[in-house]
Design a protein around this ligand. Structure first.
Ligand code: SAM
Length: 239
């Protein structure tokens, strides 16, 4: 991967950044995503935000080497604190856990007033982001699932709107697996949730053998509920 050729995962994220967006890429690491968009898609302005010194230096080096200093401002800081209010209209956050992405959004809420689109790529726990969208009146407007190097990734796109709109008729299932992804139900989706179900079944069997406590019973019930939901979705769509 470099500033001209993104990974399949980051290229998929890049696709959802609108033309002419003023972008903040949070957790930018090498700043590949904003550099690519500035070089190839005419991105007019971007902030590359990084909390860690090493990735921050590497982002700075790449932006300088590409002569993109006038377009991309590399800033060190935690989450959305690197953004001044009103500076950007699109935010990308990729390659972290869903709970961390949701906490970054939660802690920087006041910076979102000018933001029209969020493009988020959680490595795990996309449900944390879907729940944050519901609680904060962001509407999930699209989703993508893809596999690269044996790992499956989801991309969630949000805009301000009706947060409940995509979730009819089954909100619990939609929150867990993605309302657009369950509808499309492609091979990658089936592969991900078949593997997740097997994993839950293994955990369930281990819990059955463990000493029984209110916590293990509750955990077992949670697993039964999730397995039932996902199994139902996979079988419904297959039949
Ligand atoms: N976004 C790039 C990608 O998708 O390839 C880099 C992903 S890398 C695995 C995650 C990056 O997020 C790391 O460089 C880490 O330092 C940074 N990061 C983690 N928490 C952060 C936070 N609260 N604010 C800013 N950056 C953060």
């Amino acid at each position: 991967m470099n500033t001209d050729k993104l990974s399949v995962r980051l290229a998929a994220v890049a696709k959802y950044v609108p033309n002419g967006a003023r972008l903040a890429d949070i957790g930018s690491d090498h700043a590949y995503l904003p550099c690519y968009l500035a070089k190839n898609e005419g991105l007019p302005f971007a902030i590359a935000g990084e909390v860690a010194a090493g990735p921050f230096q590497s982002a700075k080096r790449n932006v300088l080497a590409e002569g993109l200093n006038d377009i991309i401002s590399v800033r060190m800081g935690d989450g959305l604190e690197v953004i001044h209010e009103g500076e950007v209209d699109c935010i990308t956050i990729a390659g972290m856990g869903g709970a961390l992405i949701a906490s970054i959004l939660e802690n920087g809420k006041e910076k979102l007033s000018s933001v029209k689109r969020l493009v988020l790529q959680p490595n795990i726990s996309a449900i944390s982001i879907r729940k944050w969208f519901i609680d904060n009146s962001w509407e999930l407007i699209g989703e993508e699932i893809l596999e690269e190097d044996g790992k499956i990734y989801e991309i969630l796109i949000g805009e301000k709107g009706d947060p409940y709109k995509p979730y009819s008729p089954n909100q619990d299932l939609g929150l867990l697996v993605g309302p657009f992804l369950v509808q499309k139900h492609d091979e990658t989706f089936k592969k991900k949730w078949t593997a997740e179900m097997k994993n839950w079944e293994r955990i369930y069997e281990a819990l059955e053998k463990a000493a029984q406590s209110p916590e293990t019973l509750e955990k077992r019930q949670e697993l039964i509920d999730k397995i039932k939901l996902v199994k139902g979705a996979l079988t419904d769509e297959d039949s």
